[in-house]
Ligand binder design. Structure first.
Ligand SMILES: *Cc1c(COP(=O)(O)O)cnc(C)c1O
Length: 377
């Protein structure tokens, strides 16, 4: 492969070209039907996506952030309540907590999996409980596509009477010991932002649960509390999944397993080709996890220089995320400082996301790895 090869971080155009006819015809039929809001496409997608998650219910919503907000509302988490989450997630997770009036409690991460550190989590839960604090829930983020160690979270939640919310925005199709993401917690929240593993052509999201009442509540909340026309059971919001997006998602859902398998194969190839480079740490997968590699995140001390080198050779990369939430200006009011969550801070300085999607080819992986090797040698 020549040095002028450009390798995009995510290639949405290549994906579209590979399914163009199906997509165009699905969009066309929504246009002809004029059922743009809450039509049959949304209902059909909800059934298909619930089935895909091996869960009973799915409710489409406007985006992944709203999925989190509405899930917390359905769980009756509100003013004064405390919710634990890691500091290295996307801000939507904590925005949702604040939005319902609750307060975010950060717990540091395990540097190998980037998930909540289970020992620190247990310590924090125990100490909050001992002080009688109103701790209600943990939002476990299946970050980068790797499902969290679920039995450990379930044990802790059962012991301390906590609700478990899955932030599954990066983990469509992930599994813990053959249990699918979306069916693990009390409720799960998905995003269909275009670059996610299952992405719409605009914003979209979903709440997935096995609980009949929670599903019904989210179904009401997303649509002005409306159970039947002109009857409002409660005040809700306007956060529905568009029919056009549902139609796109139905087409893409049929291809998702193939794309996921390509992500997994891509990750395996990266792992093999980078394994012997001492200054680069490849991501660690739990044996019982089906990691769906929303992102392939390596660690290296020379992250910024490596990133520049890759860019100069046409390889686009990303950083997810360069500033942990507890150090963001938006969370100054929480009173944290550098040093509070050292594992998350070190990760933010060292992580680099390599090109990853359903279309990456073996040649592209080899080019990326050769370029990394040029840099370290
Ligand atoms: C993308 C994402 C969200 C938010 O989803 P939107 O659809 O962009 O609102 C929430 N949490 C995580 C971890 C995400 O990656």
């Amino acid at each position: 492969m020549s040095q002028t090869t450009q390798i995009p971080f995510v290639n949405l155009l290549a994906q579209y070209k590979s399914i163009q006819e199906e997509i165009d015809s699905a969009i066309h039929s929504v246009l002809e039907s004029t059922a743009f809001v809450m039509g049959g496409e949304v209902k059909a997608f909800e059934e298909e996506f619930a089935h895909y998650c091996r869960a009973r219910h799915c409710r489409g919503v406007g985006n992944g952030t709203d999925a989190l907000v509405l899930a917390l509302r359905a769980l009756r988490i509100g003013p004064g309540d405390l919710v634990i989450t890691p500091p290295n997630t996307f801000i939507a997770t904590t925005e949702a907590i604040t939005h319902v009036g609750a307060r975010t409690i950060f717990v540091d991460i395990d540097p190998l999996t980037f998930h909540l550190d289970l020992d620190r989590l247990e310590e924090k839960v125990t100490s909050l409980r001992e002080r009688g604090e109103p701790l209600k829930a943990i939002i476990a983020v299946h970050l980068f596509g790797q499902p969290c160690v679920w039995p450990a979270l379930e044990r802790l939640a059962a012991e301390h009477d906590l609700l478990l919310v899955e932030d599954a925005a990066q983990a469509h199709g992930g599994e813990w010991d053959e249990r699918r993401v979306g069916s693990l917690g009390d409720i799960a929240c998905f995003s269909f932002y275009p670059g996610k593993n299952l992405g719409a052509y605009g914003d979209g999201g979903a709440v997935v649960t096995n609980d009949d009442e929670l599903a019904e509540k989210v179904g009401l909340l997303r649509n002005h509390g409306c159970a039947e026309k002109h009857v409002h059971e409660m005040e809700g919001v306007n956060s529905r999944l568009d029919s056009l997006q549902a139609a796109v998602l139905r087409v893409k859902l049929r291809h998702l397993e193939k794309w996921t398998e390509n992500r997994i194969a891509t990750a395996r190839r990266y792992g093999e080709r980078l394994a012997d480079i001492e200054s680069v740490v490849v991501p660690r997968r739990n044996d019982l996890a089906r990691h769906v590699y929303h992102l392939y995140v390596i660690r290296t001390k020379a992250r910024d220089a490596l990133r520049e080198h890759l860019q100069s050779q046409g390889v686009s990369t990303g950083i997810h995320y360069p500033i942990p939430l507890h150090l963001q200006p938006a969370y100054r009011y929480l009173g944290h400082q550098r040093g509070d969550f050292p594992a998350a801070e070190a990760a933010a300085d060292e992580i680099l996301s390599l090109p990853m999607d359903g279309e990456v080819t073996a040649d592209q992986v080899d080019h990326v790895c050769d370029t990394v090797r040029d840099f370290v040698q």
